[in-house]
Design a protein around this ligand. Structure first.
Ligand code: XMP
Length: 327
């Protein structure tokens, strides 16, 4: 019968058999699937594995630290962080179209990852060491079913894996989560000692805060959204709502300004949208009836603590017709 210890034992043996003494690369996104698949492979083959984390500058507050400190401390994974914020923001300059943003972010992600990968391949060759032959992929059972059960190539749902990996890589895939459902992946992650904040993380899109700024993405706007998002998340967590809320995008209407009043002055700031949703699988969703007092606390804190925001609004649209994200 199913338990996470059995799964770990079985997968570790299978990974060792598949990989042998070759080297392996993995891309960490900060999400559950890549964190657990990477930790499993590390448990199986240790430092034959190098994990790569691309910081595209569109992360939420504390996310990079969570991966670099907490995740590494708990797993011992050897990690390379790529500081790509300047590159990404440079390419996003002047871009407001959502699809365009996704394309750019997806393309730059692949470029950044491939650069590291080439370096690792070259390094292995120079050392005359084992070749880099494998790539870890956090494919889950529902993804396998959805894509017709194919194996050996990167099964990527194009829409939802911007920030995923290229499909034409010359690597064999290691997919230790292929038989598991999400809750099983979380159980395995806990058994492996991965921090709860990562194991129980709600969905977060690959393009990150880039698609939660309506308008051009700039450093300054990212800073505003990051602060507002951190406040909303911490209040929802404090209110014990993480389990009942599927995810709560926090969106900055960067090109909209609204008049406000603060102290004895008139302000001309930006609205922040809260989009708490309840869902089973993100295909459909309903807006979550978050208690008024929690909404009030979030609104008060954001407007008091984030100078550029003078209004907080609530999105009360189901999906369909509204998508979960605004872009
Ligand atoms: P929508 O907005 O289509 O979102 O209702 C459904 C779910 O998918 C997430 N999402 C993404 N995830 N890359 C991802 O990895 C993306 O480009 C992307 N776009 C949306 C969204 O957060 C929600 O959970």
């Amino acid at each position: 019968d199913w338990n996470s210890e059995n799964v770990i034992e079985t997968q570790v043996a299978r990974i060792r058999e598949q990989v042998g003494s070759a080297r392996v690369i993995s891309a960490l996104s900060g999400g559950v699937d890549s964190a657990v698949s990477t930790a499993l492979v590390h448990k199986a083959v240790g430092d034959q594995l190098t994990a790569v984390f691309v910081d595209h500058g569109l992360l939420r507050k504390g996310e990079r630290e969570q991966v670099e400190k907490d995740y590494v401390a708990s797993t011992g994974v050897r990690l390379i962080t790529v500081d790509a914020a300047d590159t990404f923001l440079g390419h996003l300059e002047g871009v407001t179209d959502p699809e365009q943003k996704r394309k750019i972010i997806g393309r730059e992600f692949i470029r950044a990852f491939e650069k590291v990968q080439r370096e690792l391949v070259a390094e292995a060759e120079a050392e005359g060491g084992e070749p880099v032959k494998f790539l870890v992929q956090g494919t889950l059972y529902p993804d396998v079913v959805e894509s017709g059960g194919g194996t050996g190539t990167a099964n990527i749902k194009s829409h939802h894996n911007v920030g995923g990996l290229p499909e034409d890589l010359d690597f064999e895939l290691v997919e230790p989560l292929r038989t598991l459902f999400k809750d099983e992946v979380r159980a395995v992650g806990r058994e492996l000692g991965i921090p709860e904040a990562i194991v129980s993380r709600q969905p977060f899109p690959g393009p990150g805060l880039g698609i939660r700024i309506i308008g051009e993405v700039t450093r300054e706007r990212l800073e505003i959204l990051r602060e507002a998002d951190a406040i909303a998340r911490s209040e929802l967590t404090a209110a014990g709502l993480d389990e009942s809320i599927w995810q709560c995008p926090v969106v900055l209407l960067a090109d909209v300004r609204s008049v406000g009043v603060q102290g004895d002055g008139r302000t001309y700031g930006h609205p922040i949208v809260l989009r708490p949703v309840s869902s089973e699988d993100a295909m459909t969703a309903d807006w979550t009836r978050v208690p008024y007092e929690v909404l009030a606390r979030i609104s008060n804190r954001i407007t008091n603590e984030v100078r550029e925001v003078n209004r907080v609004v609530l999105d009360v649209t189901s999906k369909p017709p509204g998508t979960i994200e605004w872009e």
